[in-house]
Design a binder for this molecule. Structure first.
Ligand code: B12
Ligand code: SF4
Ligand code: SF4
Length: 302
């Protein structure tokens, strides 16, 4: 049977790659090799040893491929909070629309008598780069022509046949050889001069996704986002067209701000607040948001 034209079904800038399932074992062996030869911190060890899953699930579907989709999203949102009658402006990331992507995939695959299931905890960047969908940037984030780094990946196992032989070594974007803008703009020194792999335990995103207090070595001036961090992407020349793709301001009233500060359970939030929370993706890090907001208010009050 022939492969359906999955790419043509997506009309919002998504980029799709169908990868033969046997590449997963190849990738597992390559990551095993990487683990043997590299000194890794505890977080990296946890990711490569505990998080990644290389077992092909035993399900009714006869899995033949992985469908990897890069789903664009606005570069970031300007967000506006009211606190003690004062207005505060910060940045926030915006979620990719995973639901819509999955619906589109379902429509095209079912129409062609194929099916899929969600694939969790694959090494998505390596899959994308080695299958030729993306390249690594010096900041360790993936880039795709036309999207910059401004997308999230979603992966699915499917019974769509695929005989694409292409598989390359890890590749870095050519522009990175003459540019260090991300390294210079990283507020915590997570991007290292002498090593490609970032120190992910130093990455601001690691700390503001967690409920742990910020360590003292992170300068208060580093904080700019309600969660995560955009510093190594905003100054990147490969994102020059993405800078126009900013949404907002998204306004949070005084009472909404207080609800977020109090760490109120996301399920208990009023619908209007929940909508904003889901759009921005604040619900992903319920433990971090209140702590991050307090730090941002403190920074702006001084
Ligand atoms: C854990 C995690 C985090 C952690 C750790 C990040 C890290 N770099 O390790 C934290 C919380 C810090 C984080 C932050 C971010 N994350 Co994150 N994260 C993940 C997750 C779950 C795993 C990442 C991972 O595998 N890390 C382990 C290291 C070892 O893997 P690696 O970075 O790919 O390293 C490889 C390369 O360095 C390569 N390599 C080694 N030497 C060399 C040398 C050369 C020259 C080359 C080219 C390559 C190369 O081999 C390494 C091993 O495979 C993935 C989702 C997934 N399941 O893949 C999302 C994911 C990577 N994150 C994503 C995003 C968007 C981010 C942030 C940009 C969010 C933000 N705005 O702050 C930041 C970026 C931070 C950064 N500079 O990397 C996206 C990336 C999309 C994209 N465009 O690439 C992903 C894919 C999630 C998704 N569903 O889309 N993240
Ligand atoms: S800022 Fe420069 S070095 Fe960093 S990813 Fe972009 S092009 Fe590469
Ligand atoms: S996300 Fe922020 S802290 Fe992490 S590497 Fe990029 S600039 Fe540095």
């Amino acid at each position: 049977m022939r492969q359906p034209k999955i790419n043509d079904a997506f009309v919002n800038g998504e980029k799709v790659k169908v990868i033969p399932i046997n590449r997963l074992l190849k990738l597992k062996n390559e990551i095993d090799e990487f683990k043997k030869n590299q000194e890794l911190n505890s977080f990296q060890k946890w990711i490569v040893n505990e998080l990644y899953r290389f077992n092909i699930p035993t399900v009714e579907l006869s899995i033949k491929s992985i469908i990897l989709i890069a789903i664009p999203h606005p570069f970031y949102a300007e967000v506006e909070f009211m606190k003690n009658k004062k207005r505060y402006n910060f940045m926030s990331l915006v979620m990719s629309d995973f639901e819509k992507t999955e619906m589109t995939l379902k429509k095209i695959l079912l129409a062609n008598k194929y099916n899929f299931i969600s694939a969790q905890d694959l090494p998505l960047k390596r899959l994308a780069v080695q299958s030729g969908l993306a390249v690594y940037g010096r900041n360790n984030i993936c880039y795709i022509n036309g999207l910059g780094s401004n997308f999230s990946f979603a992966a699915y196992y499917s019974n769509v046949p695929c005989d694409d032989e292409y598989w390359t070594d890890v590749t870095i974007a050519p522009l990175c050889t003459k540019c260090n803008a991300c390294l210079r703009n990283c507020p915590t020194g997570a991007i290292q001069k002498n090593r490609f792999l970032i120190d992910n335990e130093k990455c601001l995103s690691y700390w503001n996704e967690s409920s742990e207090p910020f360590p003292e070595w992170i300068p208060i001036s580093a904080h700019h986002c309600v969660y995560d961090c955009i510093k190594c992407q905003v100054k990147c020349p490969m994102n020059k067209d993405q800078i126009k793709n900013v949404v907002g301001p998204i306004h949070f009233t005084e009472s909404e701000t207080n609800m977020l500060l109090s760490g109120l359970n996301y399920e208990q939030q009023p619908v209007s607040l929940k909508k904003k929370v889901n759009y921005l993706g604040l619900h992903q890090w319920p433990d971090g948001i209140s702590k991050n907001l307090k730090t941002l208010f403190e920074l702006n009050d001084n």
